[in-house]
Design a protein around this ligand. Structure first.
Ligand code: FAD
Length: 291
């Protein structure tokens, strides 16, 4: 099922993200975690794609497994920055062969090697190039893109970031998923600005439950997200205990999601990080709200 059709339905949705293992050694435990999350019957599940294409094979394998064995709709992420036209075309064909209907088209994170390479040699410099390539291939995918309520770290300013976001949507994105954020006001402000800029596609806020203190530093480094004092206090108070931090992090994420739903947002994506117990607690906390 296409994500665009799910988003058209008049109901709240909760979806989960999983990531593939780096090597075959971790495949079994990831498959188990993914099955457990799929058992919760989220509205859909997304499967990330490793920077530099490292885990591309597992992305499709896992996305196909979810779709075939649990009937949960899936979206496979695809990055392009280190790819050639041929590899992208190949990926598109493989996705079609696996029966994947949804793709999150991304540029991908820049590895240190890519940072140092000559950008003039890149075939795909931005996600918009990948979106155009997919559209040109005439594959009948529902394409999503990423967006950044707190501005992409490489952008000069928000105005420029939103200008390029509009270009990406106009190239053929049916919806957008946001980078994680820990203060909902940042999202509401962002939504106001992009709607004003003429971006009308559905935006799915991405919420990351922080369930251990070590995750905090990594999350800020990756996303550049602002940490509200309320969240910092929680890490200071409970970060010493893995169990207490997990409980507090789940409650914080649940609270964020409830506030989003209360403010008229219909669709929320949870960065569930291959943790079925976290996904299950959040789903339980929202059972009557999701209806
Ligand atoms: P783009 O849309 O290309 O934007 C990157 C930067 O370039 C921005 O500053 C933008 O303003 C600017 N820009 C865009 N178009 C142009 C243009 N035409 N000219 C000049 N500047 C332009 N990474 C992975 O490796 N694997 C994943 O599975 C993955 N999943 C993600 C899922 C979500 C929801 C999000 C938010 C991020 C994900 N990422 C993933 C990280 C993502 O790849 C990085 O954030 C990356 O730095 C940017 O990707 P993008 O697709 O947003 O890039």
């Amino acid at each position: 099922m296409k994500i665009s059709d799910i988003l058209k339905q008049d109901k709240k949705t909760l979806s989960f993200e999983v990531f593939p293992p780096k090597t075959s050694t971790g495949l079994e435990s990831v498959r188990f975690a993914v099955e457990e999350i799929a058992r919760l019957k989220p509205s859909f599940m997304s499967v990330t794609y490793g920077a530099g294409g490292g885990t591309s094979r597992y992305t499709l394998d896992i996305a196909k497994d979810i779709k075939d064995s649990s009937a949960v709709p899936t979206i496979a992420h695809l990055t392009c920055v280190s790819s050639t036209k041929e590899t992208v075309r190949e990926q598109i064909e493989q996705m079609k062969a696996c029966g994947i209907e949804n793709v999150l088209a991304l540029r991908g994170d820049l590895t240190p090697e890519l940072e140092q390479s000559d950008r003039n040699n890149w075939v795909f410099s931005h996600a918009v190039d990948l979106i155009r390539e997919i559209r040109e291939s005439e594959a009948d995918f529902c394409i999503g893109g990423a967006c950044y309520p707190e501005v992409h770290p490489e952008s000069e300013n928000q105005k420029e970031d939103i200008k390029y976001l509009k270009e990406k949507v106009d190239a053929g994105c049916s919806f957008l998923t946001t980078q994680m954020f820990f203060d909902n006001n940042l999202l509401y402000n962002f939504l106001y600005k992009i709607r004003e800029a003429g971006i009308t596609v559905p935006v799915i806020p991405g919420v990351m439950p922080i369930t251990n203190a070590n995750q905090v530093e990594r999350a800020i480094k990756l996303s550049g997200s602002f940490m509200p004092q309320r969240f910092k206090n929680l890490v200071d108070q409970f970060g010493y205990s893995p169990e207490a931090m997990k409980q507090a992090g789940i409650v914080y994420a649940t609270d964020q999601i409830i506030d989003l739903f209360a403010n008229g947002i219909k669709n929320v994506h949870v960065y569930s990080m291959n943790k079925p117990e976290v996904a299950e607690k959040i789903m339980d906390n929202l059972s009557n709200i999701l209806g």
